[in-house]
Every structure is written in structure tokens, then in C-alpha cells.
Design a protein around this ligand. Structure first.
Ligand code: TMP
Length: 213
């Protein structure tokens, strides 16, 4: 069993994942935990280089299978170099996206069949699923309005609303299938309300984990 605790943050664009990760990291550090923050695609240098191919400014259209494999190559690197060593050292890992994003973007919304997504997932993620996953859920149009306000956009944000709605529905379906791991948060609520709820749920789980040794 890992000594550490692994939490992923998922959801469509503009749901506030990175703000929530910052707020949670601060509170956990105040409580004395060592926190490692990462993101996907990305994390260690090679995975960040793969990110540039996937969502960088110079990127071009990739085949569906290439996209799936590159997301997973970056993930294999992130697990090997960042996530698993941190967990083995008893740290808390906060990841901005993880394998649920591949199910949603490349699988449900993209062109890869669920059996292929699953086969690659088994190989790369294996048993290393997060202990908790927060899905920051909000209507696609609202998320996009926030992204455009920030002046940010990536290749995936060029896709149409139906693509992003399929992403959203898949995250909700994952949460319904895996209620032990996943918590859906209403991301239209104010930032501080969401962060207080997340902190409270995480603290409870951490206490239980220590309690059970
Ligand atoms: P973000 O850093 O703004 O979340 O951008 C990463 C983009 O990559 C986002 O549009 C979702 C996409 N993505 C996938 O399509 N599949 C994946 O497995 C991951 C981790 C991200």
C-alpha cells in the first residue's frame, strides 16, 4: 500500500482546477503535509515535452491513436518520475487531470473505442488510480466563457460544443460508476465554498487513512 495519498482534479475547461489545487496545497502544507503538484499531460521534463506536441502552440492535428498513446506516454513518465516516488515517500500528490481525462477526451468525445482506451489504461495506470478524484463540473458554455476571459485556448478548445458536452457527460458517468473515488463538485459555486468542501473531504479521508494505518 502507498504511504502517500493521490488526488486528481478533473473536468472540462474553465472549471477552476488549478485554483483549487493551489488552495488545497496551501491548506495541506499548513497542516504539515508534504505536497507534490503535477499536471497532465505534463509533469516531469519529458512529459512536458510531450505536452508541447499535444497542446502546444505549434501542434497540428494528430491521429486519434497517436493522441491516445502520447497522452499515455506522458502519463507513464509522470507516474514513474513524479507520482509514484512521491507516494512512496508518503507525500500527497495533487494532479491537474489524470486518466479520466483520456476516457473523456480521447474515448467518449474522440475517436478511440472504449476497449482500446481501456487496454492502454490497464498497461499504463494499472492499479495506480487516485485515492480521490474531484470532478469540477459546469456547463460547457460557462467554462468556455471563463477560458476566453483569461485569453487562454489550446487545440482542444477549438473543438465544438458537442465534443465538450460529451467530455462533460463522460466525467459524470465515471463519477456515477465510481462513487468511492469520485466526487462531483458544482464548479459554478464561488471558489472559496468549493475549496472549503474539498479540504473538508480530503481531511476526513486523510484522518481515516492514518487511523487505519
Ligand atoms: P489543461 O492543462 O488546460 O487542462 O489542458 C490540457 C488539455 O489536454 C485539455 O484540453 C484536455 C486535454 N487532455 C486530453 O485530451 N486527454 C488527457 O488524457 C489529458 C490529461 C488532457
Amino acid at each position: 500500500m502507498n504511504k502517500g495519498f493521490f488526488i486528481s482534479f478533473e473536468g472540462g475547461e474553465g472549471g477552476g482546477k488549478s485554483s483549487q489545487i493551489t488552495l488545497l496545497a496551501e491548506r495541506l502544507q499548513q497542516d504539515g503535509y508534504e505536497v507534490v503538484r503535477t499536471r497532465e499531460p505534463g509533469g516531469p521534463p519529458t512529459a512536458e515535452a510531450i505536452r508541447q506536441i499535444l497542446v502546444g502552440e505549434a501542434t497540428t492535428a494528430l491521429s486519434d491513436l497517436t493522441e491516445l498513446l502520447l497522452m499515455n506516454a506522458a502519463r507513464a513518465e509522470n507516474l514513474d518520475k513524479t507520482i509514484l516516488p512521491a507516494l512512496a515517500a508518503g507525500k500527497i500528490v495533487l494532479s491537474d487531470r489524470f486518466a479520466d481525462s483520456t476516457r473523456a477526451y480521447q474515448g467518449a468525445a474522440g475517436g478511440v473505442t472504449p476497449d482500446i482506451v481501456h487496454a492502454v489504461e490497464e498497461m499504463v495506470v494499472s492499479t495506480h488510480w487516485p485515492d480521490m478524484t474531484f470532478i469540477l463540473d459546469l456547463p460547457v458554455a460557462q467554462g468556455f466563457a471563463r477560458v476566453h476571459e483569461r485569453g487562454e485556448a489550446n487545440r482542444f478548445e477549438d473543438k465544438d460544443l458537442s465534443y465538450h458536452d460529451a467530455v462533460r457527460q463522460e466525467f459524470l458517468a465515471i463519477a456515477a460508476k465510481e462513487p468511492e473515488r469520485c466526487v462531483v463538485m458544482d464548479a459554478t459555486q464561488p471558489l472559496d465554498i468549493i475549496s472549503a468542501e474539498i479540504y473538508s473531504m480530503v481531511s476526513k479521508k486523510l484522518t481515516l487513512k492514518v487511523g487505519h494505518g
